[in-house]
Design a protein around this ligand. Structure first.
Ligand code: FES
Length: 73
């Protein structure tokens, strides 16, 4: 990524864990609740499906042994 402009929004996969989303973003959940995330702020979004606080990660992935560390390419 050297020499390329850094986008405003960055989504990073965490090995065996959530998506780390770095703002600025507006997240709207299934009940139309709005979560505004300012520049440089981060939220963790569940990708294991086990969180009791979706769409956010609550750490359940670790308790359930979620495995996702594959690499693309
Ligand atoms: S990724 Fe953390 S609870 Fe699902």
């Amino acid at each position: 990524m050297t020499g390329q402009p850094v986008p405003e929004v960055v989504i990073k996969t965490v090995d065996n864990g959530p998506y780390q989303v770095k703002g600025p973003i507006r997240l709207v959940d299934h009940d139309n609740n709005v979560y505004d995330l300012g520049p440089g702020r981060t939220k963790l979004l569940c990708r294991c499906g086990r969180s009791a606080n979706k769409p956010f990660c609550d750490g359940a992935h670790a308790r359930h042994g979620f495995a996702a560390a594959e690499r693309s390419g």
